[in-house]
Design a protein around this ligand. Sequence first.
Ligand code: CTP
Length: 226
Amino acid sequence: MDYGLNNMPVKFLPRILVTAGPTREFLDPTRFLSNPSSGKMGYCIADEACKQGCSVTLISGPVSLTPLPIKMVHVISAREMFQTVKKYFHTCDVLIMTAAVSDYRPGNLSRHKLKKKKSPQTLALIPNPDILAWAGAHKKNQRLIGFAAETDHLLENARKKMLSKNLDMIVANRVGHQACGFESDKIEFAFLTPDQARISHPDFKIWTKRKLARELIQKAVKLYGH
Ligand code: CTP
């Protein structure tokens, strides 16, 4: 028999689905809306989950990281990521959504390059699906872990997301200061779970993304066991 994390037989470890990186929402063949997510957090989690014996699928937006030697699916837009999560959701025990999904896409996708004009332009945006909220509404035995990237009212906003998306845990992630930015190897965060949703001063830490990934896999295994 194969053994993984904490000498647990591999067959008792959760199957983990991870999303990582940004999505891109094209306006025309030469331009897109996106965000600076590097994908590092999700790749560290997928890598650690694999090292600790879990079976892992990684759904990755466009990033410049070396692909991992695990099952990977590459996507570009939020809608592609949504279709792919829907395809694999029933095969996982824990979904960890680190992806920085674009909340909107341009209302029109031009097949031709848009030419510049002298007058100010307005871009109509339409909302993208909320993938994690969909997972929260459709979960059966799966456990869901989200990331809340916030600049202000960190705990309040993270709690709201955790409860409204029906999550089992959220990583409240402070963004916007240089040492722990999107590209950084470090992250400032606190774990929140629904049972401690009212704790007003959770323990904020600044860790490497690698260390957080290791800890998060431990927590995912515990959540799965409950
Ligand atoms: N998420 C998602 N689908 C979206 C937006 C977000 O699945 N369309 C997921 C992210 O992967 C993350 C969590 O929801 O795990 C919170 O994402 P975040 O961007 O922090 O918050 P939003 O729900 O987009 O809300 P807001 O942009 O207003 O902060």
